[in-house]
Design a protein around this ligand. Structure first.
Ligand code: GLA
Length: 369
């Protein structure tokens, strides 16, 4: 019996910056997905998902099945492994998880990463030395391709890279242009509370891909006007402001969000290095305001959670985390206040919104194994 575990991730700050080749601070968490099973000698792959059901197919015929969309995250990785020249036989795998789906903790990337490591272990695939961060980043790229090309979500590298490169008690600082990851220690007196609005977010059906094209549109306009930019990473918010007249208001706002967010991530990384948690918290609130006003990927429920968090003792920062359009917030809280903060946040939110929230105290954890 072989088993692989991949953690979910939390985006600390750096919202929709990854596919714009920018910066992100994130960490792997102590909740995740496990893929466990054994080989079969009949070329059949059988999947059992304790949350979603079953699927089975032939190893030489990996195709989408509309009745089991959850399995596409699994199949996408198998397909990409085959494309990369890896060969493997049939198997039976059970997928279980402690990570809720649709919350914004990246269960889909965790499924993809767990799949890759499970198949690697079962068939001894030569993916390289997995203690090498470069090898892990390459595997993250393969898992992202599975989501981009097979599932159809044009996500960036944040989720897969963090799941593979996370480290206990550390955040991962990603430079998405260079494809590098640096570890930044987290402050021991603080922890993170995740609070789910009670409204699921689904990247596949959300406006995620639309936001991505709006960012590409901003780059196209810059290029048409002879402003050299390969991506929004190449310009600052001052460049965008000075050329405001070139953009439609919507595209201008999206570009302002991404360019200011990149600045916030850099400031957040240095705040963290100096143990300046109040500055980190302030940047988180600013990030949320920018999502709400400029990127328009927040919702009234996420806004309510952030607003309530700001009134509670012990909380120094709060923002939506992940794709947005539903899902959860991340709250930076003094460890001593975490339990009471969580209880009060849920109580007040339930009262105001009429929705049923869920919350977790999460710890920064090691990457997939
Ligand atoms: C989702 C995507 C990531 C990233 C975030 C927003 O989690 O999967 O690649 O774009 O949204 O920052």
């Amino acid at each position: 019996m072989v088993s692989a575990f991949a953690p979910g991730r939390l985006e600390l700050i750096g919202n929709h910056t990854d596919y714009n080749e920018g910066y992100v601070l994130a960490f792997a968490i102590n909740l995740g997905i496990t893929a466990e099973g054994d080989g079969r000698d009949d070329g059949t792959i059988k999947l059992h998902n304790t949350e979603f059901g079953e699927d089975s197919f032939q190893v030489n015929n990996i195709d989408k099945n509309v009745r089991t969309p959850w399995a596409n995250y699994f199949k996408g990785v198998l397909f990409q492994l085959q494309q990369a020249g890896m060969s493997f036989g049939g198997f039976e795998a059970t997928i279980t998880g402690t990570l809720p789906s649709g919350v914004g903790m990246s269960s889909s990337a965790a499924v993809a990463v767990a799949t890759a490591l499970f198949v690697q272990k079962l068939f001894n695939l030569n993916l390289g030395d997995l203690t090498d961060p470069v090898v892990r980043m390459n595997l993250a790229v393969l898992c992202r391709a599975a989501e981009n090309d097979f599932v159809g979500v044009k996500c960036g590298i944040l989720d897969q890279a963090t799941s593979l490169l996370g480290r206990k008690d550390h955040a991962v600082f990603l430079n998405c242009r260079l494809g590098t990851a640096e570890l930044v220690p987290l402050h021991p007196d603080f922890c993170f509370v995740v609070c789910h609005t009670g409204v699921k977010h689904m990247l596949l059906s959300s406006k995620y891909n639309q936001r991505r094209s709006e960012c590409a549109e901003a780059v196209r306009i810059l290029q048409m006007n002879k402003i050299p930019a390969q991506s929004l990473r190449d310009v600052t918010f001052t460049d965008i402001q000075q050329n405001a007249g070139l953009f439609q208001p919507r595209v201008f706002q999206r570009a302002m969000h991404v360019t200011t967010e990149n600045e916030r991530v850099l400031a957040a990384a240095s705040a963290l290095l100096q143990s300046d948690m109040l500055t980190l918290g302030r940047l988180m609130y600013e990030s949320h305001a920018s999502s709400r006003e400029a990127f328009e990927n927040s919702t009234p429920f996420l806004d309510q959670l952030v607003e309530i968090a700001g009134t509670l003792p012990g909380c120094v920062g709060a923002r939506l985390t992940g794709g947005g359009f539903g899902g959860a917030t991340i709250n930076l809280v003094y460890r001593t206040h975490a339990e009471s903060f969580m209880t009060e946040l849920m109580r007040l939110y339930r009262e105001k919104s009429g929705k049923e929230p869920q919350a977790w105290i999460v710890e920064a954890s090691d990457g997939a194994a």
